[in-house]
Design a protein around this ligand. Structure first.
Ligand code: BG6
Length: 457
């Protein structure tokens, strides 16, 4: 039996664009996802777009009852910037009413809302001006954040600024998965810098508001593991950690962009445009806590043909196909539960043991209905095994002193997954798109309920 601490947060995570639906109505303006879908629907799995997500906009009261029924004591979702401030400054009263009721209903059911401000959903009006490429985005985001703090600050005690900020940088400017889907390393660096500054401006606004509560950031941490102990592989591993983890972890927790990263960018001629006072802003606004999303490790090797200055990520490090890896074949991600222990240890040893929680962990599987039993319940034992293995490793990290206060899975009800639409399902509840988004609990949901009741298994 492994037992987790009392007051541990048990819950699930989601985001506004992936669950709410109603993305082109109720006063909301388009995000890049709404517009990209309108322009190129064929890019999206089975042409499933952001308008057709899980209809949480209407179904949140029943979903929250389901959360309480499973015993969840916390839930993370996001506010859609484009719903709250459709043009960047005018408040949409219908959005205020919706979010206030959503968050109040969560609280009334004993489910603490953890509210995030940006989950890949850049407003289209801002994207047309360059999105995170322009410094204007920093002020626009801090205006939005400040508005949210004042409108909902009496209901929320845990805020986060960004979900996985490295993802919209890499996916949008290096890998082609998110709009504008270009490959331009110079722009990627500038977008990253402005995202970072937007985070810090929002934290500064939060502190200035005097609103009670805590503020953090959610980062996807895939610890890098080198193919070998050769100097070039180890160098690739260090650069991978520097770019994908430390670029945000260090400034957000330690108050400084790593010197090694600054030097690397200088030597490569990739230094972003900055403004006087930026360094001080970073230094003075550390986060109160971290949310860390863990799905998979990052296996790396030295590039076959190193290229400096780099033009793409693979000029810096290459992904290594470890022959012994276990894989989730649907998502193509390695399953390596030990990684969560390494993350726990890293936070304890290198980030002064700041309070943190697992803000996402989970397994996306396609065609889950083939695993339904005679009653129609999906028997997702693979998901239960996945959670158990990760919880064992997390528990080990906590036993050794890591300051982890919770575990959230991705996700509660099956949700829309960007270009992958509804192909891979992650939820405790199946969503039947053909029958009014009907929810039905999977075996993993019942297992999670029992586990929460016992504070372990
Ligand atoms: C996380 C994101 O990285 O992984 C979510 O925060 C995402 O938005 C989740 O949906 C699962 O990944 P995917 O690509 O299978 O949806």
């Amino acid at each position: 039996m492994i037992e987790f601490p009392k007051n541990f947060l048990w819950g699930a995570a989601a985001s506004a664009p992936q669950t709410e639906g109603h993305s082109n109505s109720n006063g909301k303006s388009p995000s890049t996802w709404d517009k990209w879908f309108e322009l190129c629907p064929n890019k999206f799995h089975q042409s499933q777009g952001p308008e057709t997500t899980s209809n949480v906009y209407e179904m949140y009261p029943q979903d929250i009852e389901r959360m309480a029924e499973l015993g969840l004591n916390s839930y993370r979702t996001s506010i859609a910037w484009t719903r709250l401030l459709p043009d960047g400054y005018t408040i949409n009263q219908e959005a205020v009413d919706f979010y206030r009721d959503y968050f109040t209903t969560l609280k009334n059911h004993g489910v603490e809302p953890i509210i995030n401000l940006f989950h890949f959903d850049m407003p289209w009006w801002l994207m047309e001006k360059g999105g995170w490429e322009t410094r204007e985005s920093v002020d626009a985001f801090s205006t939005y954040a400040d508005t949210a703090f004042h409108l909902f600050g009496d209901l929320i005690t845990k805020w986060t600024t960004f979900n996985e900020p490295i993802v919209h940088i890499e996916s949008g400017y290096l890998q082609g998965y998110h709009y504008p889907a270009i490959v331009d390393i110079q722009k990627a660096v500038q977008v990253g810098y402005h995202t970072l500054m937007a985070h810090f401006k929002a934290v500064e606004k939060f502190r200035a508001s005097g609103i009670k509560g805590e503020i953090g950031i959610i980062l996807n941490i895939s610890p890098a593991y080198a193919r070998s102990h050769s100097q070039s592989d180890l160098e690739a591993k260090n650069l991978a950690d520097l770019i994908s983890s430390k670029s945000f972890l260090d400034p957000c927790v330690l108050g400084e962009i790593p010197q090694r990263l600054i030097k690397y960018l200088q030597e490569a001629g990739l230094t972003p445009e900055t403004q006087p006072g930026d360094r001080e802003l970073i230094r003075q606004n550390p986060v109160d806590f971290l949310g860390l999303n863990y799905y998979q490790p990052l296996r790396v090797k030295a590039p076959e043909r190193p290229n400096f200055p780099p033009k793409t990520i693979s000029d810096i490090f290459e992904v290594y196909d470890w022959p012994e890896k276990r894989i989730n074949p649907y998502r193509g991600w390695e399953i390596y539960p030990e990684g969560i222990y390494d993350v726990a240890k890293m936070i304890k040893d290198d980030y002064h043991n700041i309070p943190w929680y697992v803000s996402e962990n989970g397994m996306g599987v396609a065609d889950e209905l083939r695993f339904a039993d005679v009653t129609g319940m999906i028997q997702d034992d693979y998901r239960i095994d996945f959670m158990k293995e990760h919880l064992v490793q997390l528990h080990k990290g906590i036993s050794e002193g890591s300051n982890c206060f919770g575990y959230h899975t991705w996700t509660f009800v099956d949700c829309w997954s960007w270009l992958n639409g509804y192909r891979n399902r992650y939820g405790f509840y199946h969503v039947d798109l053909a029958h009014g988004y009907k929810r039905s609990v999977k075996k993993s949901g019942l297992w999670f309920k029992e586990m929460i009741g016992n504070r372990g298994f």
